[in-house]
Design a binder for this molecule. Structure first.
Ligand code: NCD
Length: 329
């Protein structure tokens, strides 16, 4: 395992992640990928520690991935489901977190439909003076740092499987296509991809790709471009990230129709011909098949990295829990 001087107690956002932190995560995740390829896919690293998975919003992959990551590290895991919890009796989120704290939780993995909830719980843990690490597993439209890191790990591993590292992205063109406005995944990816010299091209309808995103990366090593047509973003791209149209977050009529969206922005075999010949396609899931990407392309291993992303997710989340938990053991 990589020796490290990890000092971050909470992982809430990638906005202030340092290049060395990215590289530590990538290197540690590569070690855990090796563990996951063994016959016995478990290490005793977090034995005796407890991870609480507090998912106040539905999730398939992120929640299962954190659960499996914690179990592979031999931690005890508590899973919280809002529908069957005391939230329905009026308990506040902070009181729920404190209940898990009183049971001896060492790390809390939090997903919530409102931005800022993981941060609020982290503040409260710090105020109480307890050494509990809080990991943001997606908060509203704000950030989804573990998804940004697993996407980074997937991309860097494709370039150099043995030594995935940030510098591999220098000069790479990465197109992020779709509903950027509502996407916490896009926000976290913009931070990680511009932390080095990558060229990030955002594309989608003007209602879903606000111009002001361009200002957010001023002064960072990477560059960011905005397109309201998909073709210029795809031209010679090394990687294409498609994003789900987040219908549940759309309060206004931001799109004419899903059919028209697919016609103008959907990722199809024809459109991929504009990209670099070795282009790969990512999607954080869940996918609206036939809307943001054609169904057959999604399942085509020549182009699609979607299942690698899911596999990478476990190794990356093991790395995050290990790094946050290692200060305690
Ligand atoms: C994303 C999420 O929930 O933010 N999915 C995920 O975590 N894998 C993206 C989405 O919901 O579209």
């Amino acid at each position: 395992m990589a020796t490290t001087t990890w000092t971050r107690r909470h992982i809430l956002s990638l906005a202030d992640f340092a290049p060395t932190e990215y590289d530590t995560v990538l290197q540690t995740a590569a070690s855990f990928r090796e563990v996951l390829s063994r016959r016995t896919k478990k290490v005793p690293t977090l034995q005796g520690q407890m991870v609480a998975n507090l998912f106040f919003e539905p999730s398939t992959r992120t929640r299962s991935s954190f659960e499996l990551a914690a179990k592979r590290l031999s931690a005890d895991v508590l899973n919280f489901t809002p529908g069957t919890s005391s939230l329905t009796k009026g308990e506040t989120i902070l009181d729920t977190a404190k209940t898990y704290l009183a049971m001896g939780t060492d790390m809390m993995v939090i997903r919530h439909r409102e931005a800022g909830v993981p941060q609020a719980i982290a503040f409260e843990m710090d105020r109480l003076g307890v050494r509990v690490g809080v990991l943001n597993a997606g908060d509203g439209q704000h950030e989804h740092p573990s998804q940004g890191l697993l996407d980074l790990f997937t991309i860097c591993s494709l370039i150099d499987v043995e030594h995935p590292r940030l510098e591999l992205l220098v000069g790479k063109k990465i197109a992020i296509v779709g509903d950027i406005l509502h996407s916490r995944v896009a926000r976290s990816n913009i931070w990680s991809l511009t932390a080095t010299g990558a060229k990030v091209h955002l594309a989608g309808p003007p209602t879903l790709v606000p111009q002001l995103f361009a200002q957010s990366v001023t002064g960072r090593p990477g560059e960011l471009f905005i397109h309201w047509e998909v073709e210029p973003a795809l031209k010679d791209a090394d990687f294409v990230m498609t994003l789900r149209l987040q219908k549940e977050r759309m309060t206004a009529h931001l799109l004419p129709s899903l059919r028209e969206y697919h016609q103008r922005y959907g990722i199809t075999r024809d459109r991929l011909k504009l990209c670099h010949p070795d282009v790969k396609v990512l999607h954080p899931g869940p996918v609206n098949r036939g809307v943001e990407i054609t169904s057959d392309l999604m399942d085509d291993p020549q182009f699609s990295l979607i299942s690698q992303q899911v596999t990478s997710g476990v190794a990356v989340r093991m790395a995050l829990l290990y790094l946050m938990g290692s200060g305690k053991t």
